[in-house]
Design a binder for this molecule. Structure first.
Ligand SMILES: Nc1ncnc2c1ncn2[C@@H]1O[C@H](COP(=O)(O)OP(=O)(O)OP(=O)(O)O)[C@@H](O)[C@H]1O
Ligand SMILES: [Mg+2]
Length: 222
């Protein structure tokens, strides 16, 4: 059994819409690093929404660690919480992820939801802010940050949950060179630490640095 199994997935955004994913199958092993490539509109973000249980395919089966991921499964609060603790998702647009009053609270939010003791929350928040040198922004409202800063805060908030699977949609987009290099090094460390990484990117250097398996999506060409 693979950690992630997609079997003959077909997904369309509406009954009148052409499918974005058509009879798509893929497996990912625990500890694997996979990069998703494909032109704008090819369906990378859509596939990530399915993998995160935000969209459900009309046909086919998605299994995570042996359990079929369905609306019924994710309606069960305990199952949903467990699933979202194991799978971390960085949205392509970090704006949709940021809703706390300060950067510090944003990063502490996940560990707090997990019910960690207060000192662990503080320690994890500090560690994850340090990954990107976010300390000077700790008391700022995420809403007022720059695009690249928002991306770093959103990523720090995902990492604060320490999920075993990281699904990152264009993590390097909009980052300056220094931050980009820092993030590539961090992703390599996470890979070496045994995390399962699924990354959508147009960045060749990242694919090479991670020695990733590449999966290419084609526009369904309606
Ligand atoms: N919420 C939505 N409702 C209807 N159609 C959508 C929605 N989101 C995406 N689509 C359509 O689905 C297709 C795939 O979009 P998707 O965002 O998955 O592509 P992508 O590969 O992530 O592209 P990019 O490289 O630009 O991020 C596109 O044709 C898009 O117009
Ligand atoms: Mg996308």
């Amino acid at each position: 059994m693979s950690l992630i199994e997609l079997e003959h997935i077909t997904f369309a955004y509406g009954p009148e819409e052409p499918p974005v994913l058509r009879d798509f199958s893929m497996t990912v092993e625990a500890g694997e690093c996979l990069v998703l490539r494909g032109d704008n509109g090819a369906g990378k973000t859509t596939l990530f929404r399915v993998l995160n249980g935000l969209s459900f395919p009309q046909e086919g089966v998605y299994r995570f660690d042996g359990a079929e991921v369905t609306p019924a499964l994710l309606k069960k609060q305990r199952q949903a919480k467990l699933f979202h603790m194991r799978v971390g998702y960085l949205f392509q647009n970090p704006d949709v992820m940021l809703f706390n009053a300060s950067v510090r609270e944003e990063i502490a939010f996940g560990p707090r939801q997990m019910g960690l003791p207060e000192e662990d929350i503080t320690a994890r928040t500090a560690d994850c802010m340090a990954l990107f040198g976010l300390e000077p922004l700790a008391d700022k409202a995420p809403y007022h940050l720059s695009g690249g800063q928002k991306k770093q805060v959103a990523l720090a908030a995902v990492l604060a949950l320490n999920p075993e699977v990281l699904i990152l949609d264009e993590p390097l987009a909009g980052l300056d060179r220094r931050t980009r290099e820092r993030l590539i090094a961090l992703l390599l460390e996470l890979r070496q630490a045994g995390k399962t990484l699924l990354i959508a990117t147009h960045d060749d250097a990242l694919c090479q640095a991670l020695e990733a398996r590449i999966v290419r999506l084609e526009n369904s060409g309606e």
